[in-house]
Design a binder for this molecule. Structure first.
Ligand code: ZN
Ligand code: ZN
Length: 164
């Protein structure tokens, strides 16, 4: 069955500054899925927007292609908010995870996502990157690794919702 999951996230930007950092969402993400190929629940699956498949990261770093892709990737910046709404499509089939002794679910039991951000520091002329994810201590503020200017505040976990 083809399934779709919507991922939403939002960061708060500091007041405009002289040294603009062009903070932006990178076109990739990691999402936990129940993988019918390796028959394990809660697999970290790596996605890049534009790729026709994703990568399931298996045990002991044994990876395999996953029938999954980023179908939608919409970013908006409204006033002091930097938002993303992404839709991920993936093929899901029922199975039983024998290692954890639990059935697979269309949206994995405790879904988890990691989103990536990039920026350019005009003051130093260097690039920088960081990520935000489910299950981390909030609120958290991130500063530029080069000039220490504030970049974003993160006070809410990303939303993960099964659409179909
Ligand atoms: Zn797998
Ligand atoms: Zn900077």
């Amino acid at each position: 069955m083809l399934r779709a999951v919507e991922i939403t996230a939002e960061l708060t930007l500091p007041p405009p500054r002289e040294h603009f950092h062009n903070l932006h969402w990178q076109r990739k993400l990691d999402l936990s899925l129940d993988c019918f190929v390796c028959e394990r629940t809660g697999r970290t699956t790596r996605f890049e927007y534009g790729e026709e498949r994703a990568v399931c990261t298996g045990d002991a770093r044994v990876e395999h292609p996953a029938a999954a892709r980023v179908a939608g990737f919409d970013v908006t910046s409204v006033q002091d908010r930097l938002r993303i709404r992404s839709v991920v499509d993936y093929w899901w089939a029922p199975f039983h995870d024998t290692k954890r002794d639990r059935p697979a679910t269309a949206l994995t039991r405790a879904p988890w996502v990691r989103l990536y951000l990039g920026y350019h520091c005009a003051e130093s002329g260097k690039e920088g990157a960081f990520s935000t994810q489910s299950n981390m201590v909030r609120p958290v503020s991130t500063a530029c690794a080069h000039c220490a200017a504030p970049l974003a505040a993160d006070d809410r976990s990303p939303g993960i919702r099964l659409l179909t």
